[in-house]
Design a binder for this molecule. Sequence first.
Ligand code: NAD
Length: 479
Amino acid sequence: MGKKHPITVAYGDGIGPEIMKATLHILQEAGAELEIETIEIGEKAYLAGHLTGIEEKSWDSLRRTKVFLKAPITTPQGGGYVSLNVTIRTSLGLYANVRPCVSYAPFIKTNHPKMDVVIVRENEEDLYVGIEYRQTPDVATATKLNSRGGSERIIRYAFEYAQTFNRKKVTCFTKDNILKLTDGLFHQIFDEISKEYPAIENEHWIVDIGSAKLANSPENFDLIVMPNLYGDINSDIAGQITGSIGLIGSANIGVNGAMFEAIHGSAPKRAGQDIANPSALLLSAVYMLVHIHQPDVASRIHNAWLKTLEEGIHTYDIYSEGVSQRKVGTKEFADEVIKRLGQEPNVLKSVDYASQKGYKEVKHKERTHLTSSMRELMGVDLYVYSHEKIETLAARCEQLNTPSLSLTTIFNRGVTLWPKGFRESNCVDQWRCRFLRNGSINLHSIAALMHRFADGGLEVVKTENLYTYNGKPGYSQAT
Ligand code: NAD
C-alpha cells in the first residue's frame, strides 16, 4: 500500500451526489490511495448566505490538500451570487483549463469519429478578469487584460502538456488581426515559445475560421491553446461534438493547487433518479490520479471505462438503438466499470499513463521585464461624456490644449471622427479625445490637462496614458 494522498471532495448539487458516489466507488475498487476530506459547496452554501457558494472553513481543506475533486453545483438565479468556479480559479491560481475531447466511434454516435483534441484554455485573464464599467448612460465597457506572464505561462503549459502526452501539434487561436495588442501579445508569445519545442508542430489560426474548422473537421487538430473567452466557447463546442458533454472531464491546473470536474452542470431535472452519466466526473478523477502520481490506477480505470463503453453498456444520454447494448443507470454503470477493472478495450485505444511523465509542474523562465528606459509617455486619451456635435466638442477641447499637450484626434467607439473621418457614423455619448505631447511630458502634464477639462466643464469619465515601448506605440492608432 502506498501513502494515501489527501484530496478534497465536494458532492455538489442535482446529479452531483449520485455521480460523485459512483466515481468514488470506482476509485476505491481500483485501488486509488486517497485520504478524502469532504466539503459543502453550492446551493446550500449560497442559500446560507455565502455569496461565493463556499464556506470559509472549506478553504482550510483546499489549502491543505491542494487537490479538489468537484461535482457540479447549482447556481441559484439572481441574488448577486458570485460564480464559485471563478472564485476557486482565482484563489488557487488555476491558470490552465485542460479538456481532452475524444470521440468513441463506433460505440457512441458522433459526426466526428476521428476526433481527439485537447483544448487548453487560459483561465485567469482576458475578458474574464471581470472589470466592467458603465461609463456613460449609453456605454458599458469591459476590460480585456492579457499579460505577458499569464500568456507565457499558459502557452508553455500547452507545449509541456503536448510533450508529456505525445501530442504532435499545438495550434493557437487568437483574433490578432483586430486585437493587435492583447491577442497580438498572445500570438507573439506563442511564436516565441514554440521555438523552444522544435519537435512539436505549431500553427496559428484566426479564431473565427479556426473555430469553424474545429467544428467541421476536428480530426485536423491535436491540441489547441487559446485565451480565456475563445477557450470557453470552443471547449464546449469541442466537447459537444464528440457525442455528449456527459463524457468530457477537465483539469484546472494552477500554481497553488488543482481542481478536477466534469464540464457539465448539475442537471437538476435528472437528479435523484439514478440515471445520470458519471463518465465526465470519472474521467476528471482519472486526470486527478495522474496529477497526484497514481498513473497505474488512472490507467486501470480509464481502460475499464473504455471497455464498458465498447461493450455497449450506456447511460441514457449516450444510449442509441442499434449501437448500444444495454441502458443502465448511474450505479449500475459504475458496477459494470468495476467488473472490467484490469481489462483493456479491444477497439478503442487503450491508455497507459505510467509510460508518460504525467502532468508536471511547469517551471517558467524568468520573465522579460521591459525597463523604464524603453517605455515613453507620449500623451493621453481622455474619454469624455458629451452630447455635443463633434465640431463643438473639438473646438472646446482645442481651447483646453496646454503648452505640452495638444488635441490630435477624436474617436467615437472605434471610429476616427476628427479632424477627418466619417461624420455619418453612429455616435454614442462617449468620446475619446487624444492629446499628444509637444515636448517632454510627465504625469503632472496630464493632471494639468485634466484640471483644465474640469474647469472648462467637460466631464472626463476615464483616462488612458499613451506609452511607446521601444519606440512602438502601446495603443491603437487612428485610422
Ligand atoms: P447541465 O450541464 O446541467 O445540463 C444540460 C443538459 O445535459 C441537460 O439536458 C442535462 O440533463 C444533460 N446532462 C448534463 N450532464 C449530464 C450527465 N452527467 N448525464 C446525463 N445527462 C446530463 O446545464 P444546465 O441545465 O444549463 O445547468 C444546470 C445547473 O448547473 C445550473 O444551475 C448551472 O448554473 C449549473 N452549472 C454548474 C457547472 C459547474 O458546477 N461546473 C457547470 C455548468 C452549469
